[in-house]
Write a protein that binds this ligand. Structure first.
Ligand code: ADP
Ligand code: MG
Length: 733
């Protein structure tokens, strides 16, 4: 008999275990049982061969139509055996190289025989083929096929590869299921009873070896509950733990910097800003740590809310830190917050206000002397507000009394990085405010940030001009590209500025710009057969051609930090007309005079990313214009995505589209990779109701039994989830 933690080797033998480990990363019985089929084929129902695409790894069910053998010219004694298989409409050629006549293949793959064939699709002389596919024949008489497999009308098809075809995985699963001890059920019996969910052992069998579709659906439903419930229990435990920690209350003070700041503010806060501000002010006054996510569209004015919260903490004798994901953004925050605060941040300087504090910047690019000074200001408490990048996470960075941690563009960071900063507070825990401009649907917030309270800014400050977005389809209308550059010239002529965004840096290295890591859609065959447009190359072309005579500058992640900052500053000061850049400008950059953005090869970016990018224009009084240049043909799915971006500026609607079209993990970013691997069946949009229900049930259970003393199997499952998160973090580090 076997249990979940047993190494696979003990059950399926050394050879199979090695394959499962090296190809799929599955080591234990539990790992294999958690590797669910990606689809189920009906026995006898042939796979649609016309739908295959080059490069796909496929497992198809098909019938042999004809075979042939011919000699290889180049290698005497060798032959090529070809079998053409069909689904009745499409055809696929199976090619086998071998010695001699390959008579055994001829016997096995005779016309009329049906089988499963697995391999990578390629094209040769206009014909789709699989070279040396692995196969398993489907016929009661086929050797090696057990009669019991025909009890089911469904064939589980696993994500597989040439080294490890689907049926070999299925075979290993079958062996494991045969010897598995009845596992303890992680879902409480009472919950299962109320919801009519099947037992765990039944579910494992039903997902891997369903008798029929209803059986499979029952299993899936039950296993979705496992995923949703385990996660929600973990989050409920974390919320409970968080409120049990103590924090130093930082209540609003009269006559402090915040009051002075509010008096100086050159605009009135939006209703949403006021409301979020009040909630945060109240949170900060409590003696347990605030744990709040502030989400709001690009340009909705989150920074002001953060600054006000930081000032409240400084007024209450604490320090605040603001962590930004990039050097450019940290620098920009430093500059813009310095100018917003004016004399309030000029402690000890000429013209400083009476109770002024000091703003300190800590980034990786500081020189030794500047860094020493900055570290000292943070450690002594002289700096009320410290702004920086990942450099803030280093051990050397210490605070006198850290009261508030603000994390900007939180999706760029992991929970672990939050924790590192949190641990820099002395007694008790600091309050925590994380901000994101990537609007996320409610269930995602609930799932990924379930341990946070959420505030949302839904409106943009008044006077903000709308951004209009257009797709520039150069495949159908090549002359639109020239028109695009003219458009830029016109705006520059009116004293405005523009961005041109490219997916790649260029130069010696052909790799994608590191910044667009989450933008890689795989649509083989549809891409133009050239590398993505690159900053360096395009800049040279534009300077020599369509934009000759304008002041162009380039910005990308390979530039030294000082250089990046110089370029950004020059752009912000209006000394540069057109900034040709990668997505390093994606987050937070604020230059109100920039009104046009052209995005090259726009299909290479994700929906949410495009939405973020275009938020860089239309930040002043002039309406913004965003042009999405693409060579994709009209019918391509990528074009639909671009049309969606062009048709709405509602970030929440777009984030749903993003989520529908992509796997959750891509949307959630690298930081949540651990969570992604734990969500196998659950879909954050489709299963909204289930997730909501699971959350309620989880809260009830955790309130009654925080340590899960009465639910050992559930406690074990939750531990597994935590391990998975930590493993991904360690791998990243
Ligand atoms: P984001 O939410 O994208 O971080 P920011 O905080 O950078 O947005 O704000 C964008 C711009 O709007 C900044 O220039 C900021 O000074 C300005 N702003 C913020 N709040 C208001 C307001 N209530 N009225 C007018 N302008 C505002
Ligand atoms: Mg911002």
């Amino acid at each position: 008999m076997a249990v979940s933690a047993d190494p696979l080797r003990l059950v399926v033998g050394d050879k199979a275990a090695k394959r499962l480990a090296s190809v799929l990363g599955l080591h234990t019985v539990g790992d294999l049982l958690g590797y669910y089929p990606r689809r189920y084929d009906k026995r006898g129902e042939l796979t649609d061969l016309l739908g295959l695409r080059d490069g796909d790894h496929v497992t198809v069910q098909a019938e042999v139509a004809s075979t042939s053998v011919r000699k290889m010219q180049s290698r005497p004694g060798s032959t090529i055996f070809e079998a053409v298989v069909t689904d009745g409409r499409g055809k696929l050629t199976l090619t086998f190289f071998g010695r001699g006549r390959q008579a055994y293949r001829e016997r096995e793959l005779s016309p009329g025989v049906r089988g499963l064939f697995a391999g990578q699709v390629s094209s040769f002389r206009g014909k789709r083929q699989l070279t040396h596919p692995d196969y398993e024949l489907l016929g009661a008489s086929s050797p090696g096929v057990r009669a019991e497999e025909y009890a089911s009308e469904l064939i589980p098809v696993y994500r597989a590869s040439a080294q490890l075809p689907s049926w070999k995985i299925a075979h290993a699963v079958r062996v494991v299921l045969d010897v598995l001890d009845v596992p303890a059920d992680p879902l409480p019996a009472d919950l299962r009873g109320r919801l009519g969910l099947c037992g765990y052992a039944d579910a494992l069998r039903g997902i891997h070896r369903p008798v029929d579709l209803a059986d499979m659906a029952r299993a899936r439903q039950r296993l979705k509950w496992d995923e949703a419930f385990t996660l929600q229990v973990l989050l409920a435990q974390r919320r409970l733990a968080a409120i049990s920690y103590s924090a130093i209350p930082r209540p609003l003070a009269d006559g402090g910097l915040l009051a002075e700041f509010d008096r100086m503010l050159p605009f009135t806060l939006t209703a949403g800003q006021r409301q979020a501000g009040q909630v945060i002010a109240a949170d900060l006054a409590l003696d347990h740590p605030m744990h709040r996510l502030l989400q709001g569209e690009v340009g909705s004015g989150k920074t002001i809310i953060a600054v006000r919260a930081m000032l409240q903490v400084v007024d209450a004798a604490g320090q605040a830190v603001l962590l930004a994901p990039t050097e450019v953004l940290a620098q920009q925050h430093f500059r813009s917050i310095s100018s917003l605060l004016g004399p309030l941040a000029m402690a000890g300087q000429l013209g400083g206000a009476e109770h002024a504090t000091r703003l300190t910047l800590i980034t990786g690019s500081l020189g030794a002397a500047a860094r020493r000074r900055a570290l000292l200001e943070a450690a002594s408490g002289e700096a009320g507000i410290v702004i920086g990048t990942h450099a803030l996470l280093e051990d050397r960075v210490q605070f006198a009394d850290l009261g508030l941690v603000v994390i900007d563009e939180q999706h760029r960071f992991g929970v672990e990085q939050r924790d590192v900063l949190r641990d820099k507070a002395g007694d008790g825990r600091p309050h925590m405010l994380v901000m994101t401009a990537t609007p996320i649907p409610r269930t995602v917030a609930m799932t990924v940030f379930g341990d946070l309270d959420v505030s949302t800014l839904t409106e943009l400050p008044a006077g903000r001009s709308p951004i209009s977005t257009h797709v520039v389809p150069v495949a159908e209308r090549p002359h639109y590209l020239a028109r695009t550059w003219e458009r830029i010239r016109e705006e520059i002529g009116r004293g405005r500025q523009a961005y041109v965004v490219c997916p790649r840096i260029g130069g010696d290295e052909a790799s994608l710009a590191a910044a667009s890591e989450d933008a890689l859609f795989d649509e083989p065959g549809l891409r133009p057969a050239r590398p993505p447009v690159a900053v360096l190359e395009l800049a040279a072309e534009l300077a020599a051609g369509p934009l000759a005579g304008l002041r162009l500058a380039i910005l990308h992640g390979r530039l030294p930090a000082e250089e990046k900052d110089k370029v950004m500053l020059a752009f912000a000061d209006g000394l540069v007309d057109v900034l040709i850049t990668t997505t390093v400008i994606e987050v937070g950059v604020d230059v109100p005079n920039a009104v046009v953005m052209v995005i090259m090869d726009a299909e290479r970016f994700g929906v949410s990313q495009l939405h973020q990018l275009r938020g860089r224009v239309g930040r002043g009084a002039d309406p913004g214009l965003c042009l999405l240049v693409t060579e994709m043909p009209e019918a391509a799915p990528a074009r639909e995505r671009l049309d969606a971006v062009a048709s709405t500026v509602d970030g929440f609607a777009l984030s749903r589209i993003d989520l529908e079209q992509r796997r959750e993990g891509d949307v959630l970013g690298t930081a949540q990779a651990g969570r992604r691997s734990s969500l196998k069946l659950l879909r954050l949009l489709r299963d909204e109701d289930l997730i909501g229900q699971a959350r309620e049930e989880a809260v009830k259970l955790v309130d009654a039994d925080p340590a899960l003393a009465g639910q050992p199997a559930l406690a074990e499952a939750v531990r597994g989830l935590v391990d998975a998160e930590q493993t991904t973090f360690l791998e990243k580090a």
